[in-house]
Ligand binder design. Structure first.
Ligand code: FES
Ligand SMILES: [Fe+2]
Length: 417
């Protein structure tokens, strides 16, 4: 699907011209990696916030974080602080976190809201639909032409997608279900909307957010950076898992050979089909959420860009509803394995950032077999900068060999539960 709607008004720059992306736009067999400026340059970073983060569906948390009545989370996307909550009827709502009187920040952070959100400055109040419902002493001396309905909180688009809460600061972007494309159907068998967060950890990584995502998307580095992981997740067991949608997907099938069972310590969710039961789905949602979906747990990384060379990462493990009382020891085995793998990745992406910052890098070539998802990711990025809002297509089938990989022995065939 291709549309030609215009992204919101940000001045033209060298990155809005097609010439800036010539190496990215070549076919993958001839393509180059991104220039160093995309990872280290302050001006690129600022523009990326506007062109990418302010126009995308960005995951900001998990549906179960809003289970308690009145609960709210506060997240910053593209420099905008946003309150995400549910109204009195339980429907999702999101608002910019600034009072409509004189702009004061309303809510400090995650909290339980009452029926009215009060501004601490002059006590204007808003209900959880964003309507202005209190203006104490405001009109006592008279005020002309004031309509409270003109001063409700600025709404932000919000949706629940699978287990994730997603927001979009642009009104021009397609709805969330179109943004994620066929991924809803691909993941339907897991019923992720019912899974719940089990543990969250935060960390800061001294690397650009794209380096972290790219590293997640390719398994070229597996043998050398992750000698232990490569016993579970073997290079030869990786395949594409790519339909139409704003994501880059791959699958490891089978997920675990006999040598190490760290990922199988907990029981799987009930009702998975043969392909899902035997596979790990590794999906980079554009722009900044990394999903690892396994038969018995999900690990999600949210990448919050702080600066060109600094990213705040929130890592969250989710467990299925059929598995609420998993033994601590079994979860710890899974968690520790992830932490070991992640530490190896952090070291290499921080090294990557140092090289891009000071190494005089000029764009190199991509390995089609291992780095095709990066090519797709780079082109999504180029689309946002050059004004295209297309949703990229996917593979024609899940069992066709691509760029040297074999035929997936258990291709995804659609939902058969
Ligand atoms: S700034 Fe919020 S009530 Fe005045
Ligand atoms: Fe890795």
């Amino acid at each position: 699907m291709t549309t030609t709607e215009t992204l919101h008004a940000v001045p033209e720059s060298r990155w809005t011209s097609d010439e800036a992306w010539v190496g990215t736009r070549r076919p993958v067999l001839e393509a180059h990696a991104l220039p160093a400026d995309c990872y280290v340059d302050e001006a690129f970073f600022a523009e990326e916030q506007d062109r990418v983060f302010a126009t995308s569906w960005v995951s900001v948390g998990f549906c179960n974080e809003l289970d308690a009545p009145g609960s709210a989370i506060v997240r910053t996307v593209a420099g905008r602080s946003v309150i995400i909550t549910r109204n009195a009827d339980g429907e999702l709502r999101a608002f910019l976190n600034a009072c409509r009187h004189r702009g004061t920040q309303l809510v400090d952070g995650d909290c339980i809201l009452g029926s009215v959100i009060h501004c601490p400055y002059h006590r204007w109040g808003y209900d959880r639909d964003g309507a202005l419902v209190a203006t104490p002493q405001f009109a006592d001396a008279g005020v002309d032409g004031f309509e409270p309905t003109d001063y409700g909180l600025h709404p932000v688009r919000v949706d629940a997608w699978q287990c994730l809460l997603v927001i979009c600061l642009s009104n021009e972007t397609v709805p969330a279900n179109k943004w994620f494309g066929d991924l809803d159907q691909r993941l339907a068998g897991y019923r992720l909307g019912k899974w719940r967060t089990h543990l969250t950890q935060n960390i800061e990584i001294e690397a650009n957010w794209k380096l972290i995502s790219e590293n997640f998307q390719e398994y070229y580095h597996l043998r050398w950076v992750h000698p232990e992981l490569s016993k579970v997740s073997r290079v030869q067991d990786h395949y594409r898992y790519q339909g139409a949608g704003m994501y880059c997907g791959q699958t490891t099938t089978p997920i675990s050979n006999d040598e190490r069972g760290d990922w199988s310590a907990m029981p799987p969710v009930e009702g998975l089909n043969h392909s899902d039961m035997a596979s790990g789905r590794f999906i980079a949602l554009f722009p900044n959420t990394l999903l690892s979906v396994l038969p018995n747990h999900v690990f999600v990384m949210h990448l919050d860009p702080v600066g060109p060379g600094l990213t705040r990462v929130t890592g969250t493990w989710l467990l299925p509803p059929s598995n609420p009382h998993v033994a601590d020891a079994d979860f710890v085995t899974t968690r520790d394995f992830w932490q070991d793998v992640n530490n190896e990745d952090i070291d290499i992406v921080e090294r990557g950032q140092r090289g891009l910052t000071s190494g005089g890098y000029t764009p190199g070539r991509l390995s089609p077999r291992f780095e095709e998802p990066l090519h797709r990711f780079h082109n999504m990025l180029a689309d946002r900068f050059t004004g295209s809002t297309r949703i990229p297509a996917g593979d024609e089938s899940d069992d066709q060999p691509l760029y040297g990989t074999g035929v997936n022995p258990l291709p995804w065939r659609g939902v058969d539960i």
